[in-house]
Design a protein around this ligand. Sequence first.
Ligand code: AMP
Ligand code: MG
Length: 281
Amino acid sequence: MSRQALGWRMDYDTLDHAIRIAPKAKAPLKGRDPLCEHLFPDKQEAEEALRADAKAIDAMQDVLWAERKRALLVVLQGIDTSGKDGTVRGVFNSCGPLGVAVTAFGKPSEEELSHDYLWRVHKAVPKRGMIGVFNRSHYEDVLVVKVRGLAPAAEVERRYEQINAFEKHLTENGVTVLKFMLHISKDEQRKRLQERLDDPKKHWKFNPGDLEDRALWDDYVAAYDTMLERCSTAHAPWRVTPADKKWRRNAIISAVVRRTLEEMNPAYPKAEFDPKAITIE
Ligand code: AMP
Ligand code: MG
């Protein structure tokens, strides 16, 4: 089932259908395959597709910037080791440092906690012409905050609709919102955490707090299920991306980002002068 044999569009629709969550649909993670071998069955082909997509994304980013009218926001969510950093590296590496702004959301600072939870998020939304990538996001405010009881349950409950309204506001103001939930199995997380212990070059990535979150695995799955059901909207759908294989995850996400930019179809602005009338001595 190569991309060539099926043709780009048909291949893309199959792919997107497999990962996009319909509005209000119950989409329990338990019933979803973190491997999805039928999507990009071949590693070499996936890597080739990623390279081509990354190049195309870079080229369109240049036009997006020249046009200066719209922005693209890519939200990456997933538990520890699900590959949020690896996705940024794999998919956006070809883009020049000027066109893509990556924001990682960690534990909120005192200052951030003294504002509403969307304050720090809205400030990081990409300006016109930019691609912004969120490594974690406002969704932590209905995930870790819910699981660890960091805010009253009734407050968290109100956030789903607040987030939908916030994202609607963004899309109506020129920001296209793409959301990827990186879905790995509990087994794959064990392997990746173990690698962080075994490889001295990865020790810095290991955080004992990750084990506390791992112990809360089922609670996180439940929180993700609720998030997917309540915040996958027509204007900003969630895509659950099989992420047990890094190369497949990157190929899938780059395909969606590329296609989204193609649909945005940015154009170079017309010069406000007649270039033929200008002579450079
Ligand atoms: P990392 O992504 O590995 O650098 O870890 C960032 C940490 O910040 C994770 O443990 C998140 O759960 C935590 N975090 C992110 N956003 C929030 C939030 N709004 N409230 C509490 N903790 C958060
Ligand atoms: Mg971490």
